[in-house]
Design a protein around this ligand. Structure first.
Ligand SMILES: Nc1ncnc2c1ncn2[C@@H]1O[C@H](COP(=O)(O)OP(=O)(O)OP(=O)(O)O)[C@@H](O)[C@H]1O
Length: 315
């Protein structure tokens, strides 16, 4: 029998309305202790709203959220002790030295006396901050600013750490350092991070949840989208000619031209075995020479791009 692990974050049918605007719709998920989970969604899809509800700063309009066994509405104090949130571009009080800032934040989190010193020393060591402790936070590089933001979030040893776009604005070296750092936190902490960039989130998270217009895509929706086949076609013809020649092929859903490569097209179609052969026959019958026809790997990025693409206005 599989061991039963209680989720550390649990959301059940959560909806949030801002006046007449529904920002989050009937969202349910569970996160096990020690996981690193990515929340992926375009701007405005509701990521921050979910995070604010998880951290007890916003009350769901309906539904239930528990963090480390505490209900976000009935026990928001318990929730705030269990979860820490690092917003994008968190304010760091730029005139303070890093050490002072961490001491100050420890006080806000209710740590006092010798406990403060021990906690600040521990996070400074975990995040390798020794050489910047005496610098004012305003003088730090973006990479170190992010480390200090995460360090303050770890004061008090929260079970859950929520990071909003943690690598945004960092240079490639800093991105790798912050990515490694987040991975080193898993296990002791559960990490939930948001991003609108899939390749980034895929590198850090062990699992990705996708949010679109406040709705969390089910794994079935993702599976269905991945069932579709995308073929890259290289042919000497115009987009209209390719579209005209292939429209009668069963299963073809859409033909789009690659705007950067003349003679290159993407064909989206239902996945069925003789499709490639049918396509070639149809193109040849229309006297369109086919140079190449390749199936693209159904990776999560393509699925995400397909699902999040704005529907084209009818011509
Ligand atoms: N306080 C508010 N009042 C009214 N509408 C809001 C409020 N906060 C957010 N919204 C709306 O709710 C929707 C979700 O916003 P939210 O900030 O949660 O999305 P997001 O995915 O975090 O986006 P971003 O990455 O741009 O921060 C958006 O349409 C937004 O305009």
């Amino acid at each position: 029998m599989l061991p039963v692990v209680s989720p550390v974050v649990f959301a059940e049918r959560v909806t949030k309305w801002y006046g007449p605007r529904r920002a989050v719709a009937d969202v349910s998920f569970a996160i096990a202790p020690g996981e690193i989970v990515g929340l992926l969604g375009p701007n405005g899809s509701g990521k921050s709203t979910i995070f604010r509800m998880l951290t007890g700063y916003l009350v769901p309009t309906s539904g239930r959220i528990e963090v480390a066994g505490h209900d976000v509405v009935e026990d928001s104090l318990g929730v705030r002790r269990a979860i820490s949130y690092v917003p994008e571009d968190a304010p760091l009080y730029d005139h303070m030295r890093v050490g002072e800032f961490l001491n100050f934040m420890a006080g806000i989190k209710g740590l006092h006396g010798p406990k403060t010193r021990a906690a600040v020393e521990e996070v400074a060591e975990r995040l390798d901050l020794a050489r910047v402790m005496k610098l004012t936070t305003g003088k730090l590089s973006r990479g170190f600013r992010q480390r200090v933001s995460i360090a303050q979030a770890l004061l008090g040893d929260p079970k859950v750490l929520v990071l909003d776009e943690p690598t945004s604005g960092l240079d490639p070296h800093q991105v790798i350092a912050v990515r490694d750092l987040i991975q080193s936190l898993a296990g002791r902490h559960t990490v939930l991070l948001a991003s609108h960039i899939l390749p980034e989130i895929e590198k850090i998270a062990s699992r990705v949840m996708i949010l679109l217009d406040g709705v969390l895509l089910t794994s079935d929706a993702l599976k269905d989208a991945a069932q579709d086949l995308t073929l890259r076609l290289s042919a000497e013809a115009t987009e209209d000619a390719v579209r005209g020649a292939t429209k009668a092929v069963a299963g073809v859903r859409e033909v789009t031209a690659d705007p950067d490569n003349a003679g290159r097209f993407l064909v989206k179609a239902e996945r069925r075995p003789p499709l490639a052969a049918d396509l070639v026959s149809a193109l040849v019958a229309a006297q369109i020479p086919v140079r190449e026809l390749t199936e693209l790997r159904p990776d999560l990025e393509r699925v995400f791009l397909d699902l999040t693409r704005q529907p084209k206005a009818a011509a």
